[in-house]
Design a protein around this ligand. Structure first.
Ligand code: NDP
Length: 333
């Protein structure tokens, strides 16, 4: 069985790396399914900061032309014979992968899972890639224990607000930073115990403040996604035998790190990606189930900044790159 699908669709495609001017909203053919794929009619598409790295060229494009976007939710309209049996046409699903900025996406069945009836498509698209990043970071990059002091940067962003909420749910004590007073307040409302201002020109003051809050010891773990401009100040906040988890590059990549610096406090340095924590479909399903039960049982907020029409991709991208957003940005085809 399959549902009728048109020959062409709207999508956001790029032919080369560059600024927002390379984002083209246009008609393209609906893709043919390959081995192990299902075709999903997207209802909501998640925007993630990583989309900007692929557009700008920080991460290499696998090919051109290329349709951006790494997560979405919607309905399976057809499946390759090799796809798992729980992905029949008509099934509501969420997926992570490639080419989500479109009406239809050929999603890898391995990273496509049915959405439980208690979760709607909007919540699913808003709480997959970023929320699973936060959950796997606090479980695996550094296993956070109850009572641990933890530092989170960009705490009012997509991943940041999930970190604040999940850390509160597991009983950790979060120190958060974000660029504006409103953003820091939002981080507090979502679970941060204390917020601290960060100014690049006065990094020492930031570190001193964080260390002072923890009673002079430093934090058990830092979860930093800003990268280049915050790395040094954050590393200096880690306590003896703590972890420096560097998982993003919003301000540029961290390069040229001298390993010997870790010896000062026997710090563990981790540079993880979500895909290596949810490598198998079982790992993906296991973490998604845990997350959905956090959302329902611990009543976590799914913070949605806005839902933009897919054709407004330039405006949405300018908003996230311009640091104007909090929580999740979604697109609607
Ligand atoms: P966010 O919603 O957090 O948006 C990015 C935020 O980064 C901004 O709101 C801004 O917050 C902050 N920022 C700091 N410096 C800059 C700068 N120079 N330019 C722009 N923004 C800046 O995005 P996501 O939640 O999608 O992603 C957060 C981070 O996590 C990204 O770095 C992303 O790459 C990373 N990530 C990594 C994953 C992994 O597997 N390793 C998976 C998912 C995300 P403020 O104004 O408060 O500084």
């Amino acid at each position: 069985t399959s549902i009728e699908v048109p020959k062409t669709m709207k999508a956001v495609q790029i032919d080369k790396n560059g600024g927002v001017e390379v984002l083209q909203y246009k008609d393209v053919p609906v893709p043919e399914l390959k081995e192990g794929q299902v075709l999903v009619k997207n209802e909501f598409i998640g925007i993630n900061y990583i989309d900007t790295y692929f557009r700008a060229g920080l991460y290499p494009l696998p090919h051109t032309p290329y349709i951006l976007g790494r997560e979405g939710s919607g309905t399976v309209v057809s499946r390759h014979a090799s796809a798992p049996a729980d992905l029949q046409p008509g099934t509501r699903v969420v997926y992570m992968g490639e080419h989500a900025y479109a009406e239809y996406t050929p999603a890898s069945a391995k990273y496509t899972i049915p959405i439980p009836s208690s979760v709607d498509a909007k919540v699913a698209a808003a709480s997959t890639l970023q929320a699973l990043t936060a959950l796997t970071l606090i479980r695996e990059a550094h296993k956070v224990e109850k009572g641990d002091w933890v530092l989170v940067t960009a705490a009012a962003g997509g991943v940041g607000l999930w970190l604040c909420q999940l850390l509160r749910a597991v009983g950790a004590r979060t120190i958060a930073t974000a660029s504006t007073q409103e953003k820091r307040k939002l981080a507090e409302e979502n679970g941060a115990e204390v917020t601290v201002e960060y100014h690049e020109e006065d990094r020492e003051a930031f570190t001193r403040k964080v260390v002072e809050i923890t009673g002079g010891e430093g934090v058990a773990a830092v979860f930093d996604s800003v990268g280049k401009v915050t790395f040094d100040a954050c590393l200096a906040c880690v306590r003896r035998k703590g972890s420096m988890v560097s998982f993003g590059n919003a301000s540029g990549a961290v390069t040229g790190f001298a390993l010997g610096r870790l010896a000062a406090k026997n710090v563990k340095l981790v540079r993880p990606t979500l895909f290596n924590y949810i490598f198998t479909r079982e790992e993906f399903k296991g973490y998604a189930d845990e997350l959905w039960s956090f959302i329902t049982n611990d009543k976590l907020n799914v913070q949605i900044h806005d839902v933009y029409p897919l054709k407004d991709i330039v405006r949405a991208t300018q908003d996230i790159e311009g640091r104007k957003t909090t929580g999740k940005l979604l697109l609607r085809p």
